[in-house]
Design a protein around this ligand. Structure first.
Ligand code: HEM
Ligand SMILES: *[C@@H]1O[C@H](CO)[C@@H](O)[C@H](O)[C@H]1NC(C)=O
Ligand SMILES: *[C@@H]1O[C@H](CO)[C@@H](O)[C@H](O)[C@H]1NC(C)=O
Ligand SMILES: *[C@@H]1O[C@H](CO)[C@@H](O)[C@H](O)[C@H]1NC(C)=O
Ligand SMILES: *[C@@H]1O[C@H](CO)[C@@H](O)[C@H](O)[C@H]1NC(C)=O
Ligand SMILES: *[C@@H]1O[C@H](CO)[C@@H](O)[C@H](O)[C@H]1NC(C)=O
Ligand SMILES: *[C@@H]1O[C@H](CO)[C@@H](O)[C@H](O)[C@H]1NC(C)=O
Ligand SMILES: *[C@@H]1O[C@H](CO)[C@@H](O)[C@H](O)[C@H]1NC(C)=O
Ligand SMILES: *[C@@H]1O[C@H](CO)[C@@H](O)[C@H](O)[C@H]1NC(C)=O
Length: 416
């Protein structure tokens, strides 16, 4: 085993990363389901044929263009529905004639639900004062010619129907900025602010209404976020723990694979560090470019993880020689920091998954990943102890029968 020359094992990890990145769009596209039956039925009644589910908030969107968008103005029929399971609240949809699909500048249609099950729909001009906390009052927005609240038979699903007349000067229906939102607080008939989770800030899109699939763009932030998550899960959350398992069980005891363990350990830690750092950098830039919200704990833990693992990487360069006295202390410190780092990494990955609200796929995916690593570690741990006691037993028997002159107990510092 000693003679075996092993190169840095980063080559098998590359396919793993590529595989994950190719699978990623699949998970992201998983919500490209058809609209619900109740929604389609109502759309049909309104003579609206094109329908799509929006990305967040359980929203559905159906539309019909009258004309081909090349005249001076285009009439569009829209049906919008979103999940509102509380006794009161509001659902809103709107178009933004500005440069980007964002809340400020949106001409919105909002349906407000009171706890007595009564609904009222109105139009609103959303200015930046609203974002800063001013009351949102109804106002003319000049593009709506007809609007109504619609229910299906069971009253479970609430939708609003809107007929718009969009001037081609301000709106281009092949790349229309639209936003949607759900809020749970009202005062009288006035909608109050909505939650600020990712679902609520990811509810924007640029849509091509002349395309019957309503292809949307302008979601690169949420793609980046998923890539950030996958890279961090692979880098910090999987490769680093594997490297630690290798160091713990293959360095001295129960398996002594020198120098293979060291090369593997370094290979996994280095690859994990590089992949994780890439994900971390994407996360930092996401956090930096989000003007309005921060996830403080997640960010702080992320910075700690990067700092400590950088120290761990640099520590290799400052490592004392095997023979040095304080090599023992260096080992203790390196291992202590390593296990602490693992704990923060696991916590932060689950924090990130909670923020992402990506559904159970992320959570259980990572739980399965950890369960596998945990099972391997547990198996090796049990094996270590059995092996340890068996060796001790043998030693004892040897000593009893032979009472030999040279009594060196096997040196297995399991916890070094
Ligand atoms: C009722 C009062 C409202 C308040 C106080 C409010 C406040 C906010 C705040 C503070 C943000 C954080 C991001 C930002 O500032 O841009 C935000 C984001 C957002 N809001 Fe509102 N909002 C209100 C109503 C609405 C309505 C009626 C809609 C849509 C019909 C909407 C859609 C959005 C969207 C799509 C975002 C994320 C995209 C972006 O940042 O522009 N909001 N809102
Ligand atoms: C529904 O749309 C079709 C074509 O788009 C049109 O011929 C028909 O008259 C419309 N029906 C109603 C009830 O508006
Ligand atoms: C759109 O419709 C107008 C009138 O209905 C017609 O003159 C024009 O050629 C159409 N344009 C396209 C690109 O179909
Ligand atoms: C459309 O707009 C153009 C230029 O803005 C104008 O010349 C034309 O008369 C308008 N057509 C209609 C039908 O209003
Ligand atoms: C909406 O508000 C903006 C900003 O105050 C203003 O410029 C715009 O004219 C308003 N639009 C309507 C239709 O009232
Ligand atoms: C507007 O909606 C009302 C009620 O649904 C309907 O009676 C009316 O015909 C609609 N007007 C137009 C122009 O579609
Ligand atoms: C849409 O609005 C334009 C100008 O604002 C107007 O000339 C046109 O007649 C309107 N179309 C419909 C169908 O109401
Ligand atoms: C809308 O945008 C498309 C693509 O950018 C462009 O080709 C088209 O001329 C625009 N239409 C109008 C009415 O501005
Ligand atoms: C919108 O969709 C139509 C039909 O699929 C396509 O021809 C057109 O190029 C698209 N426009 C944009 C701006 O994506």
């Amino acid at each position: 085993m000693k003679t075996q020359q092993q190169n840095m094992p980063s080559s098998p990890l590359l396919p793993l990363t590529i595989l994950t990145l190719t699978l990623l769009p699949l998970t992201l596209g998983a919500n490209a389901q058809p609209c619900s039956e109740a929604f389609l039925k109502l759309a049909e009644q309104k003579n609206i044929s094109d329908c799509k589910r929006l990305r967040t908030l359980g929203a559905e969107f159906a539309w019909k263009l009258h004309g081909n968008g090349s005249e001076n103005s285009t009439v569009v029929d829209v049906l919008f529905g979103a999940a509102l399971n509380t006794a009161q609240g509001w659902i809103g949809w709107g178009v933004n004639p500005g440069r980007r699909p964002e809340m400020v500048g949106t001409k919105a249609i909002i349906a407000v639900k009171r706890s007595d099950e009564k609904w009222r729909v109105n139009t609103y001009n959303i200015t930046k004062e609203i974002r800063n906390g001013c009351n949102l009052l109804p106002s003319e927005i000049g593009i709506v010619s007809n609007m109504s609240v619609e229910h299906d038979g069971d009253n479970l699903h609430t939708m609003m129907y809107v007929r718009l007349n969009l001037s081609s000067e301000a709106y281009n229906v092949t790349k229309l900025n639209h936003v949607w939102q759900v809020g749970y607080d009202i005062e009288g008939w006035h909608p109050l602010g909505h939650p600020k989770t990712l679902r609520n800030v990811d509810s924007t899109e640029v849509i091509n209404l002349t395309d019957s699939n309503g292809r949307g763009t302008g979601q690169y932030r949420s793609y980046l976020r998923s890539i950030h998550g996958v890279l961090n899960i692979i880098g910090w959350g999987t490769l680093l723990p594997i490297g630690i398992i290798i160091a713990r069980y293959f360095r001295v005891f129960p398996f002594k694979c020198d120098p293979l363990w060291f090369n593997l350990h370094i290979g996994f830690q280095l690859t994990g560090f590089l992949v994780g750092t890439t994900g971390w950098a994407i996360g930092l830039s996401l956090g930096h470019s989000s003007r309005y919200y921060t996830f403080r704990d997640h960010r702080t833990y992320g910075i700690l993880i990067f700092t400590f693992s950088t120290i761990q990487m640099l520590a290799f360069r400052l490592k004392p020689k095997l023979t040095d006295d304080y090599r023992k202390y260096w080992n203790m410190y390196h291992h202590f920091l390593g296990y602490g780092l693992l704990a923060i990494i696991f916590i932060n990955i689950f924090k990130g998954i909670r923020i992402l609200e990506g559904g159970d796929a992320w959570k259980w995916g990572y739980v399965a990943d950890l369960a596998f690593l945990g099972a391997v570690a547990f198996g090796l741990e049990v094996y270590t102890w059995i092996h340890f006691f068996m060796l001790k037993q043998q030693q004892k028997q040897k000593n009893e029968t032979k009472n030999s002159q040279d009594q060196q107990p096997p040196k297995q510092n399991m916890f070094a």
